[in-house]
Ligand binder design. Structure first.
Ligand SMILES: *Cc1c(COP(=O)(O)O)cnc(C)c1O
Ligand code: SF4
Length: 352
């Protein structure tokens, strides 16, 4: 079998290569690619060719990326919340460490579009030392999210080094890796990688699948290897126009993820990232989709629909409202829309 490094090296990264493969695309895309990097590896390219639009939209640049009237360069104010190079500290008890600038594919809707794939985001070992020192000096941080870019595109020994450094900080209880390689380059999940990861438990991985066509045999094998390594798996899906903005599509995706032993964790409303406006749907569409999920499929398969508030204000759940009225009796509707009620305890009902 070809190594993942060889597959990655064979990616489409230039406008010329893209035009050769997709002759119908306009010459203007050269400008888009100069602004936001391109990478489509042969594995994901095969999926794009087999399944068309929902996968193509995620991978192939669009002129709309240059014509976004509303987008912000850094919608989550990550640069402002950066407390040491590559370390974003937004919530009291957890922090986000960006350890790599590359991904197996550059998603056109990426929140960190401003910097993924750019040499300026490349991380030096020295820069990480400052982040480790900050984490050690802030014992209230009990969970570190290791992200990027994609941390699992680093060589095995560098992943081992970073996880070792984090595990050496006593106050870091949980390590959570964010990685899209299970869906974009599943061959990266090797036995050797899993044997490294499993030395650093409790270690979680949140992966990122957006469409049921991404649930391939190879992806299933990758998730299975990680799950067999005792790594609990979650998925952060992004709600994307023309990709997965229908309940039936998301049902298939979330149920398929459960079969892969991946628990759908978040469904994200698209951030206000410059160059991604053409992917946004209204939050009300997402809430309506959630209403078609709750109760209709396994609760295990239903993620939290969340909006990451602009300006680094944090994630908030957007949940369908089933309550009609609070009072002595709670009035609400169930998942089928039938009216229901529940008598509240009386005030006098004191605990013994
Ligand atoms: C999303 C995020 C987290 C993690 O939030 P959870 O709700 O725990 O998944 C932590 N730090 C930053 C900066 C984030 O953007
Ligand atoms: S894999 Fe994640 S970080 Fe990388 S381009 Fe896609 S969304 Fe962005």
């Amino acid at each position: 079998m070809e190594s993942w490094q060889a597959i990655l090296a064979d990616s489409i990264v230039s406008h010329e290569e893209l035009a050769r493969r997709f002759p119908g695309l306009g010459p203007g895309l050269a400008e888009v690619i100069a602004r936001y990097p391109l990478r489509i590896n042969p594995y994901y390219l095969r999926l794009v060719e087999e399944h068309g639009a929902p996968l193509a939209r995620q991978a192939i640049p669009d002129m709309a990326e240059l014509h976004d009237p509303l987008g912000l360069i850094d919608p989550l104010a990550e640069e402002e919340l950066t407390v040491a190079p590559n370390l974003v500290h937004k919530y009291p008890d957890r922090a986000l460490l960006l350890v790599h600038h590359q991904c197996a594919m550059y998603c056109r809707f990426c929140t960190r579009k401003r910097k993924v794939g750019c040499a300026a985001m490349a991380v030096s070992a020295q820069a990480l030392d400052a982040a480790f020192a900050y984490l050690a000096a802030h014992p209230n941080i009990r969970e570190v999210l290791v992200s990027g870019g994609d941390p699992l595109l680093l060589p095995d020994d560098e992943i081992d080094y970073i996880l070792g450094k984090l595990r050496a900080i006593a106050s870091v209880e949980v390590i959570r890796i964010g990685s899209r390689v299970p869906s974009t380059l599943p061959m990266r999940i090797t036995h050797n990688l899993v044997s490294i990861l499993r030395r650093y438990h409790p270690l979680y991985i949140n992966t990122h699948f957006n469409h049921p066509a991404e649930l391939t045999t190879e992806a299933g094998r990758a998730c299975g290897l990680l799950a067999d390594g005792g790594i609990p798996l979650g998925c952060q899906t992004v709600l994307l126009k023309g990709v997965n903005d229908h309940a039936e599509t998301l049902k298939k995706l979330f149920l398929g993820l459960l079969r892969f032993r991946v628990k759908p964790y978040y469904l994200f409303q698209t951030d206000l990232t410059a160059g991604t406006n053409h992917f946004r749907v209204k939050t009300s569409t997402g809430v309506a989709i959630m209403r078609q999920l709750y109760g209709h499929i396994s609760g295990m398969a239903v993620p939290t629909f969340a909006l990451d508030a602009p300006g680094g204000k944090g994630k908030i759940p957007l949940t369908p409202d089933y309550v009609a009225a609070y009072g002595d009796t709670l009035r609400f509707s169930n998942y089928l829309g039938e009216p229901c009620q529940y008598p509240e305890p009386k005030k006098a009902n004191k605990a013994e």
